[in-house]
Design a protein around this ligand. Structure first.
Ligand SMILES: NC(=O)c1ccc[n+]([C@@H]2O[C@H](COP(=O)([O-])OP(=O)(O)OC[C@H]3O[C@@H](n4cnc5c(N)ncnc54)[C@H](OP(=O)(O)O)[C@@H]3O)[C@@H](O)[C@H]2O)c1
Length: 307
């Protein structure tokens, strides 16, 4: 998948089908996502396979021409075996087979290696390792392109530096709060890789605000972070901009980000997202933001270590 083919927004479907009892809602959300003309990001593991299944159900009900177009916009990921955590070449081939079957397609435009935390970098890159499986899938055109998708920037940088991947996705690390993925994104873009920046709202607090109780990067927000976000909300209010609109444009405006991956939980959220993307941010607000002290991010990949 080449840079020019990606939409500036990619719709994240990690929550699609989360509520198994509300599958009708999930189908409506998947219909809206696939009708949007934007890329959709899923994975073998999301909601135990229901994210892919729901997208596949909507593809199956589409007319032929629409189906081909929609299918060409679904990006998925290979995952470790959910029971054994095995993540080698054979598991990668099996994971891709499961995804193709759920989606009802025979190829995907882009297939990421997803969260390779149960194996070391050396194991993943070695003979019979997960990356060998991905390369095979690209050579046989089952995957149009291959990517690395994960959190810790130092780990992702090691995969990027192999030169093997066409795309990279990092989450929660290039936002108003945490900018630690900037260097790896710049390196990847300089190599000609397609850069996906996921979770511009930090998974919650930058969409719902400091008083919401929402966390950052799937961990609780500290008092210090809530106070910092409240300060940004105050600046936004003075300029007539909402916090999530600013957070979204922070990523959309980065020259080294080709697509921003946002979680979409309903058709209404998609309408709101498109309106936010169409808004503009006054220059003064960017200057005011830059004058704030750095945000107390709860993410510290160097401290946490990465395999
Ligand atoms: N390792 C990986 O590959 C990886 C990891 C993380 C994420 N991702 C991808 O990135 C996507 C985005 O990540 P994410 O969903 O965790 O984080 P996110 O997009 O930063 O934030 C999602 C949060 O923002 C809220 N939100 C979204 N649109 C909103 C709107 N219009 N108005 C108000 N609130 C809004 C959602 O609330 P509601 O729930 O109320 O809508 C949810 O709480 C995922 O779906 C996935 O596709 C990939």
């Amino acid at each position: 998948m080449l840079i020019g083919d990606v939409s500036p927004l990619t719709l994240g479907s990690s929550g699609l089908g989360r509520d198994a009892d509300a599958s009708g809602d999930a189908v409506d959300t998947a219909r809206a996502m696939l009708a949007s003309g934007l890329l959709v990001d899923t994975s073998n593991a999301y909601t135990g396979g229901r994210s892919e299944q729901t997208l596949g159900r909507v593809l199956a009900e589409s007319a032929d021409a629409e189906r081909a177009d929609a299918a060409s916009r679904i990006v998925t990921k290979v995952d470790a075996d959910p029971r054994t955590h095995r993540f080698d070449r054979d598991r990668v081939l099996r994971s891709a087979e499961e995804s193709l079957s759920r989606l009802g397609v025979d190829r995907v435009p882009l297939l990421h290696l997803h969260d390779p935390y149960s194996v070391s970098f050396e194991e993943a890159m070695g003979p019979g390792g997960a990356v060998a499986g991905l390369i095979e899938l690209r050579e046989s055109h089952v995957a149009g392109a291959i990517g690395i998708a994960a959190g810790p920037a130092p780990l992702v940088a090691r995969y990027v530096d192999t030169g093997v991947f066409d795309a990279v996705l990092v989450h929660n690390r290039y936002t108003l709060v945490d900018r630690s993925a900037r260097a790896v994104f710049e390196r990847a873009a300089a190599r000609g890789m397609t850069v996906f920046n996921a979770a511009p709202f930090g998974g919650g607090i930058l969409a719902h605000g400091a008083a919401s109780g929402a966390g950052y990067g799937y961990r609780p927000a500290t008092d210090e972070l809530r106070a910092w976000v409240a300060g940004v909300e105050h600046l936004c209010e003075l300029r007539g901009v909402t916090l999530p609109t600013l957070a979204l444009h922070f990523s959309l405006g980065a020259p080294f980000v080709h697509s921003t991956v946002v979680g979409v939980s309903s058709p209404r959220r998609l309408v709101e997202l498109e309106a936010m993307a169409a808004a503009s941010i006054p220059d003064e607000l960017w200057s005011e933001l830059e004058r704030l002290p750095p945000a107390p991010t709860p993410i510290d990949d160097e401290q946490d270590g990465s395999r």
